[in-house]
Design a protein around this ligand. Structure first.
Ligand SMILES: [Zn+2]
Length: 486
């Protein structure tokens, strides 16, 4: 399902960024999608993406990808458009840009890059598509017929993802339409778009301090692998970003004018890649992979490989072995919050929640804002039946990071454990609100206001918040209706 979704989303990315776009097109010349309308479409799509099981919500992975993306984006000339970077669990090599400033990166891409500059190169290329507003330019060159088909496609994709799920046939039909559109309308522009995205991407890559050669080596490897049919997964990227000999030659000549530099991979990159590798394939194969890698390094045992091995062993439920491997890299010089997080999780795995809590408390003194530790402590406290402590901890953290959806989700669980249903629904509403799902937030607040015998002040707060979010929802629905997003 997710594979089809992502394929569909890539097509949605081709939606007009300028021009009113969706049905009732009227005259193309006077139809211009505002930034706000573009965001409305993007948010509507992201609402579905965020609840898909393949959407990666691991703070260790997402925080890394966000920092990489924002470092590249920060190297662009102002005015810059904000971009949301997110990760999709999918072994194929792919990255894609969605309308409204969202860039998705497959886990397979992260695992298969050989260094951080390669990963940064692919992400920089996607940022190039967004900054150059390629969807907008595509729109300007498109006639009414194609636009109407694109609009139908968007509706079908959105409808098929919505709760009022339509038949699969609708999506299938839309997909056929989409590939037809790509064949007749898109090919002519795409090479130019690709060249531009390469040019912008290379500039960002160099300015942000990565090795510009990373982009060329990665694309060369993709092309070679595709020719030799080495990995089945390469074509998904190549289908949406056609790779030609000229494109690579272009990149090479640009890179020759830039200063090559050896950029060591950040530890965050090495950790993220090891973690995703440990989660790929069977747990046994993953453990064997890390054992092989470690056997080849007799002098220095890279910490991320030991970490990857411990994670693989956790997956195969060899908790004691995992803990033993991990102990070699904990504490002292080589310390890292990711290792403490895993050490604590292993205690939870072994049904020792109090020991887990102790590790979390100690680690948080040193790394107070590491999200894995923050959430982990709340879970371990709930696990240990220490609900009062969990509630207090989460209230403290919500005050410090009031925009963090995950904290409200945990808070909702903690309140449920204390039997405070009013607070439970209020917290769940705040979580939905921050995940961009206003309708679900309103539902939760309606449930909250029906709870009997709650605290008067809390009830008044729930009612006020319900009024506020209902009016926001009405505005959002009007905006979506105007765009025929249903
Ligand atoms: Zn591209």
């Amino acid at each position: 399902m997710i594979r089809r979704l992502v394929a569909a989303l890539v097509c949605v990315a081709l939606l007009p960024a300028h021009g009113q776009g969706l049905p009732d097109l009227g005259d193309a010349s006077d139809s211009v999608l505002s930034d706000k309308q573009e965001r409305t479409i993007g948010n509507r799509v992201m609402r579905d993406v965020r609840i898909d099981p393949a959407f990666v919500d691991d703070p260790e992975i997402t925080d890394y990808v966000k920092s990489l993306g924002n470092r590249l984006l920060g190297a662009a000339d102002p005015p810059r458009r904000p971009i949301e970077f997110f990760v999709v669990r999918d072994d194929s090599i792919n990255a894609f840009a969605l309308i409204g400033g969202h860039v998705g990166i497959h886990t397979g891409l992260i695992v298969l890059t050989q260094n951080e500059s390669e990963l940064a190169g692919v992400v920089a290329h996607e940022i190039g598509h967004v900054l150059q507003r390629h969807q907008a330019r595509l729109y300007q060159q498109m006639g009414k017929y194609q636009l109407a088909s694109l609009a139908a496609l968007a509706l079908a994709v959105l409808a098929s993802r919505g709760s009022s799920s339509q038949s699969d046939q609708v999506t299938q039909a839309a997909m056929v339409g989409a590939s037809a559109i790509m064949m007749q309308g898109e090919l002519d522009y795409t090479r130019e778009h690709e060249r531009e995205a390469d040019r912008v991407g290379l500039t960002l890559l160099e300015r942000a301090g990565y090795d510009p050669r990373g982009m060329v080596t990665f694309f060369e490897r993709m092309q070679r692998a595709n020719r030799l049919n080495e990995f089945k997964s390469a074509p998904s990227y190549l289908r949406t970003h056609p790779l030609t000999v000229e494109r690579i030659a272009d990149m090479q000549s640009r890179v020759e004018m830039m200063t090559p530099r050896l950029v060591p991979d950040s530890f965050a990159y090495r950790l993220a890649r090891a973690k995703l590798r440990a989660e790929t394939g069977s747990a046994t194969d993953a453990a064997a992979y890390f054992r092989d890698q470690l056997a080849a390094r007799t002098v220095v045992r890279p910490r991320e490989l030991v970490y990857g091995l411990a994670l693989s062993l956790e997956r195969s439920r060899d908790f004691a072995d995992a803990d033993r491997e991990l102990s070699a890299i904990r504490g002292g010089e080589s310390d890292h919050p990711a290792f403490e997080w895993l050490a604590a999780r292993l205690q939870s795995d072994m049904r020792r929640p109090d020991a887990a809590v102790a590790i979390y408390r100690a680690a948080l003194k040193k790394y107070p804002d590491y999200r894995g530790l923050v959430y982990g402590l709340a879970l371990a406290l709930l696990d240990a039946g220490r609900t009062k402590e969990a509630v207090a901890w989460l209230e403290e953290r919500v005050r410090a990071s009031p925009e963090d959806a995950r904290l409200y989700e945990l808070q909702s669980r903690a309140y449920a454990a204390t039997g405070d249903m009013l607070a439970q629904h209020r917290a769940q509403a705040e979580a939905y609100f921050r995940r961009g799902n206003l309708a679900a937030a309103v539902d939760q607040l309606e449930l909250a206001t029906k709870v009997r015998g709650g605290n008067d002040y809390s009830m008044a707060m729930a009612e006020a918040r319900l009024r506020e979010l209902r009016s926001q929802l009405a505005i959002e629905r009007d905006a979506e209706k105007a765009l025929k997003l249903g």
